[in-house]
Design a protein around this ligand. Structure first.
Ligand code: HEM
Ligand SMILES: Nc1nc2c(c(=O)[nH]1)N[C@H]1C(S)=C(S)[C@@H](COP(=O)(O)O)O[C@H]1N2
Ligand SMILES: [Mo]
Length: 392
C-alpha cells in the first residue's frame, strides 16, 4: 500500500516536472476562473453592503439577497475545482528549477503569493463558513470570527492580485487562444485538453449543483454540501439557533411579554402586548430567510408593518431603528442580538413585525412571539424574539 502511494507520488512529480505547461489549457481555465472569482467578489461586496446597511443596498425586490448570496456561494464553490485544475495545469512552472532565474522572475514569483495564497484562503474560509466551522480558540486566543472577518479583508487583496495577474497574462492569453494557433496544434494535444477540461466541467457542475440545492428548491434533494437541510426544522424550515440554546424561553413565553418602542436615550414611547399588536392591521408577505451561509427558506409571514408600529408610538416620519432581541439581554450574540433597519427599509410595506408564519403562530425557535422580517436582507438581520424597537 505505502509502496503504491510512493510510486504514484513519484510518478506525479516526474510527470509534473517533465510536462510542458499547456498554455491554452491554462488560459481557458484562467478565463473561467476569472469570471467565477469576479462574480464571487461582486456578490461578496453585496453581502457586506446588505448585512451592514450600506446606503446603496436597495430595499427590494424581496428575494434580492437570496439571489446575490446564492450566486456568491455557487460561484465560490465551483471555483474550488477550477482553481485546483488551474494549479495542476501550471504546476510545472510552479515547481520549475532553478526556482528563480532573474530579478524580474523573483518579482513574478513573489506576486504569486497573494494571488495563489489569497485565493486558497478565500475558498477555504468561505467553505468552512458555509459548513459552520468556527474554531473558537487558538492557543488561548479567541478566533471565533477570524475566518469570516478575514474573508472580507482578504477579498480586497485577491481582487487586486487577480487584476494584476490578468494584465500580466492578457497578451499571452490572446496569443495562445488565436484560432490559427489552435488549428496548428496536434490532434493529440487537442484531445488531451478536451478530456481534461471535460473532467473539470463535470466536477464543477456536480459541485455547483450540490450547493445550489440549498437555495434552488427543485434541487433540494441534491444539496449535500449545505450544512442545513432546507426542509428540516419546525414548521418545515431550518433553525440555526434555538431558544433553548440562548435561554430566552421563559421571557418569550411570559404572559407579561411586551414589545416596547423607545428613543435612543431610553425614553419609552409606547409598549404593546401581543394582543395589542394582534388587534392592529395585519399584512402578509412572502419573504425569504436568506442565510449568508447559503440556505434559504421562502415562507409567508404575517404581522404588523414596522411603519404602523412606529405610527402607533407617535412616530410618523420614516426613521432608522434598531430592532433588539431578548437575546441581547441574556447572551450578547455578536451580531445576532440587534438588527439595524434603515429609514428606507423601515417604511417599506413588506417590513414586518411577524407573529405568524404560513398561517400559524411562530414556533418558539422561529422567534416567537415576534421576529423581524424585511425584504432583500441577509437572514442574519432577520432578528428573532424581539424585545424592543429603538428609534434613532
Ligand atoms: C474569490 C473568492 C471570494 C471572494 C472574493 C469573496 C468575497 C466576499 C466578501 C467581500 C464578503 C463580505 C465580507 C464581509 O461582510 O465583510 C464575503 C462574504 C461571504 N462569503 Fe465570500 N468570497 C469568495 C469566496 C467564497 C466562497 C468559496 C464561499 C463559500 C462557498 C464564500 C462564502 C461566503 C460567506 C458565507 C460570506 C458571508 C460571511 C458572513 O457574513 O458571515 N465566499 N465574501
Ligand atoms: N435573536 C436572534 N435572531 C436571529 C438569529 C439568532 O441567532 N438570534 N440567527 C439569525 C440567522 S444567522 C438567520 S439565517 C435567521 C434564521 O436563523 P434561524 O434558523 O436560527 O431562525 O435568523 C436570524 N435571526
Ligand atoms: Mo444566517
Amino acid at each position: 500500500m505505502s509502496n503504491a502511494i510512493t510510486r504514484i507520488a513519484t510518478d506525479v512529480v516526474r510527470d509534473v516536472e517533465a510536462a510542458p505547461v499547456d498554455e491554452r489549457r491554462a488560459a481557458m481555465l484562467g478565463i473561467v476562473l476569472g469570471i467565477s472569482f469576479y462574480t464571487c467578489a461582486l456578490t461578496g461586496l453585496f453581502s457586506w453592503g446588505a448585512s451592514t446597511n450600506q446606503g446603496w443596498w436597495p430595499a427590494g425586490p424581496t428575494g434580492l439577497f437570496r439571489l446575490t448570496q446564492g450566486t456568491h456561494l455557487i460561484s465560490g464553490v465551483i471555483a474550488v475545482p477550477l482553481l485546483l485544475a488551474k494549479l495542476r495545469t501550471v504546476a510545472p512552472k510552479l515547481v520549475q528549477r532553478p526556482f528563480v532565474t532573474s530579478f524580474a522572475h523573483l518579482v513574478e514569483r513573489i506576486s504569486l503569493l497573494p494571488l495563489v495564497g489569497g485565493s486558497i484562503f478565500m475558498l477555504f474560509s468561505g467553505v468552512t463558513n458555509v459548513a459552520y466551522w468556527y474554531p473558537q480558540e487558538f492557543y488561548g486566543v479567541d478566533i471565533g470570527y477570524f475566518f469570516p472577518a478575514a474573508h472580507g479583508k482578504m477579498a480586497i487583496v485577491v481582487v487586486g492580485a487577480l487584476l494584476a495577474h490578468i494584465f500580466a497574462k492578457i497578451s499571452t492569453t490572446r496569443q495562445v487562444l488565436r484560432k490559427e494557433a489552435i488549428e496548428h496544434e496536434s490532434a493529440e494535444a487537442t484531445l488531451d485538453r478536451r478530456r481534461f477540461l471535460g473532467g473539470v466541467a463535470a466536477t464543477t457542475g456536480l459541485v455547483g449543483v450540490s450547493i445550489a440545492g440549498a437555495t434552488i428548491y427543485p434541487l433540494r434533494g441534491l444539496s449535500v454540501l449545505s450544512a442545513r437541510h432546507p426542509n428540516a426544522g419546525p414548521q418545515g424550515f431550518p433553525v440555526n439557533r434555538t431558544a433553548a440554546s440562548i435561554g430566552v424561553r421563559s421571557r418569550a413565553e411570559s404572559p407579561d411579554y411586551r414589545l416596547s418602542v423607545e428613543m435612543a436615550d431610553g425614553t419609552e414611547l409606547a409598549s404593546f402586548s401581543l394582543a395589542d399588536l394582534q388587534a392592529m392591521d395585519q399584512y402578509e408577505h412572502e419573504i425569504p430567510i436568506a442565510c449568508v451561509e447559503g440556505w434559504s427558506a421562502n415562507e409567508s409571514w404575517r404581522g404588523v408593518r414596522m411603519r404602523d408600529l412606529l405610527a402607533a408610538a407617535g412616530i410618523d416620519e420614516p426613521r432608522e431603528v434598531d430592532v433588539v432581541s431578548l437575546q441581547e439581554e441574556s447572551a450578547p450574540g455578536r451580531r445576532y442580538g440587534t438588527s439595524t433597519v434603515s429609514k428606507d427599509l423601515s417604511k417599506q410595506d413588506q417590513t414586518l413585525l411577524a407573529m405568524e408564519v404560513n398561517g400559524e403562530p411562530l414556533h418558539l425557535d422561529h422567534g416567537f412571539p415576534i421576529r423581524l422580517m424585511a425584504p432583500a436582507r441577509p437572514g442574519v438581520n432577520q432578528t428573532k424574539w424581539l424585545s424592543k424597537v429603538v428609534v434613532k
